[in-house]
Design a protein around this ligand. Structure first.
Ligand code: CMX
Length: 438
């Protein structure tokens, strides 16, 4: 058995005991009350889900198993000669709660390399999809097609004991994660590069290989992809992609069904698709204004966007109330590697101008940039200019967090999710005090 799996196996029984103890002693304690506004308003701030891999603070931003992004940049293993953390390391950390050594990370790289080949039946399906199908649709379809080989689904049919669910879930997760970079690159090269596919380099790590298979030669791009794949991996449990994976998985749908569903949520413009929308919005404004705008021109463009009943993509957040540290990490990368890039200049100017405007407009609860405000300009700089692919890279990364949690959800025996709903008539009766309860 690989040592990552052994380590996980050893951590499961004590964690099961911990949760059992909490439920036995404190199960009836209240975590939150729910108002009518919250029920109509997207369930904001209602604490009703357990997600162990990461936690979001509305001012500080995300911590992955307790570590901030700068801490991860310092503590996670790097590629030889590199300075950005390896995604294999964040997966190890999310899954076990422990910082990996170089050897631990090497083992994950090797494990994923062994499982990375795309089966012919998958390529046949992918080749049958019209090339102008949105890359996120192609990505979700590819993940779903691989369900044919789900170890969990097979074991369930064979009658596996529920205490062993986590094991085939781990196997499916490793098989699936191993293939995601190749799937993303296959979609990109097929839709945008005349199907000129690039074979993986067995000497490269997971993120480095994604960069390589996209056909970008600059070594800084490999570093960017490693950082990108680390910072997008997890954002606690309530966001649409994470929650979808959790919800679908709770029906004992396997990792393929759960991740494919999560990707359909990530493909919404208020969630992950915002990264392509940011670049589209910036390119439109540069086209209209003939290049890098003045601050006055930019302000007018933002006000026009708002007046048109549209959102400023990349700004605002359902939880965060400060600049997203994932934005800051990408800004620092840009300052180091591409300070004179024109699109970076526009992104920086949008950062200077937008929060004041959103505050003046007085609607958005958070006027600050989120992760998606920055990622596109970095990808564009290195030549990945087809922005409809951007959310697929987000999806490759998000899989690390949501699948690590999915394994733990099965290990801890979380039941099928089934929140209660009410009708508007019931709410009106509740207000009058005449609603029947239960
Ligand atoms: N531009 C314009 N208006 C905005 C806005 C923005 N960036 N952010 C919020 N608002 C508006 C909302 O549309 C809402 O308007 P109405 O009252 O007319 O419905 C009002 O401000 C209040 O919204 P909120 O409570 O501040 O924000 P929500 O929690 O409802 O939504 C989010 C959060 C991210 C969907 C929203 O800020 C938004 O649409 N941002 C732009 C899209 C985006 O960048 N999404 C990516 C988020 C990160 C990710 O998941 O990847």
């Amino acid at each position: 058995m690989a040592s990552l799996k052994e380590k996980l196996a050893a951590k499961i029984p004590p964690m099961q005991e911990r949760v059992k103890g909490i439920l036995k002693e404190h199960g009836e304690k209240k975590l939150s009350d729910v108002t009518i506004s919250q029920s109509y308003g997207g369930v904001r701030d209602v604490l009703c889900m357990i997600w162990d891999t990461s936690l979001l603070d509305k001012f500080e931003g995300i911590r992955f198993r307790g570590f901030s992004i700068p801490e991860l940049q310092a503590k996670l293993p790097k590629a030889p000669g590199g300075s950005e953390p390896l995604p294999e390391g964040i997966f190890y950390l999310l899954l076990t709660g422990d910082l990996p050594t170089d050897a631990d990370v090497k083992e994950v790289t090797e494990e994923w390399r062994k499982r990375s080949a795309l089966p012919k039946y998958l390529l046949d399906m992918m080749n049958a999809v019209p090339k102008d199908t949105h890359p996120m649709t192609q990505f979700s379809l590819a993940i779903l097609q691989l369900q044919k080989d789900s170890v969990f689904a097979r074991k369930y049919r064979e009658g596996i004991n529920k205490k062993d669910y986590w094991d085939p879930m781990y196997e499916d997760t490793m098989d699936l994660l191993a293939k995601l970079p190749a799937i993303a690159a296959y979609i990109y090269n097929r839709s945008y590069k005349n199907d000129k596919q690039i074979a993986p380099d067995p000497k490269l790590d997971w993120g480095g290989n994604l960069a390589h298979m996209l056909g970008v030669k600059d070594p800084a791009f490999m570093e960017l992809m490693r950082l990108y794949l680390v910072i997008h991996s997890d954002h606690e449990g309530g966001n649409v992609s994470a929650h979808t994976c959790h919800l679908v998985g709770s029906a004992l749908s396997d990792a393929y069904y759960s991740l494919s569903a999560a990707m359909n949520g990530l493909a919404g413009p208020l969630h992950g698709l915002a990264n392509q929308e940011v670049l589209r919005w910036i390119m439109d404004l540069m086209k209209t204004l003939g290049g890098v705008p003045t601050k006055e021109q930019l302000s007018k463009h933002i006000w026009d966007t708002l007046a048109g009943g549209k959102v400023v993509p990349g700004y605002g957040h359902a939880v965060l109330r400060k600049t997203d540290p994932r934005y800051t990490a990408q800004r620092e990368f840009a300052l180091k590697h591409m300070p004179d890039d024109d699109i970076f200049k526009v992104v920086s100017m949008v950062f200077e101008v937008t929060p004041d405007i959103l505050l003046k407009q007085g609607k958005a609860k958070n006027p600050w940039p989120n992760v998606d405000a920055h990622s596109g300009c970095l990808l564009w700089h290195y030549g990945v200019k087809e922005y409809d692919i951007y959310t697929v890279f987000f999806g490759v990364s998000r899989a690390l967090g949501v699948l690590a949690q999915l394994i733990w959800s099965r290990a801890l025996g979380f039941p099928i999710e089934r929140p209660k709903s009410a009708t508007t008539e019931w709410v009106e009766n509740f207000i009058k005090g005449t609603a029947e309860k239960d």
